[in-house]
Design a protein around this ligand. Sequence first.
Ligand code: NI
Ligand code: MN
Length: 222
Amino acid sequence: MALEIRFLGHSGFVFGDGRHAVVIDPFLTGNPVAKTKPEEVKCDAVVLTHGHEDHVGDAWAIARRNKATVYACHEITLMEEGSGVETIGMNPGGRVNTAWGWVAFTQAFHSSSHSGRYMGNPCGVVLNLGGKTVYHCGDTGIFGDMKLLGEIYRPDVACVPIGDRYTMGPELATRAAEMIGAKVAIPIHYKTFPVLAQDASGFCPKGIEVKELVPGESWRLG
Ligand code: NI
Ligand code: MN
């Protein structure tokens, strides 16, 4: 099986196996680098790493239009309680089997709020789809258990924030990607805004292929 990986810009992705599609952190409206309109996104599920506006983005509108299930930290799911959108509330350590594979939540060292409201734990997400496993770190600082998460989930691909200031910068992200040990690392959460790192040149984990994607670009993992 194969996995189609489409980068939406910032931390957003659409992962597809040809039959199902899963969106993570679809921040499109107000995203200066996004090339995709929320109406163009087709998916079965939306997964959110945390509550910040540059991650929740257009998630609820996309979920509503696609009748997609939203997987997010419990507190985030309460945002739309009673609105008719199907939600699955989760927290770090939890894994849920789905029609297309499974989704697990990990810890992330960050914060999580939306419009000033507490949104529970910030998380990383591990996704299994199309016979492949992706570890999307969310927004996070470095932590030693990234090595353990790599051993547990054996991800094929890691999506690692490198933009600095709110997350790891390129140097720490390099060490993080080496700890996770996925063969391929995709840099995320950079270049979107002037305060973030503007290129991925300092992200150079040893023995790992760095796959830099531009917003709107797709890449197929065979
Ligand atoms: Ni954040
Ligand atoms: Mn962010």
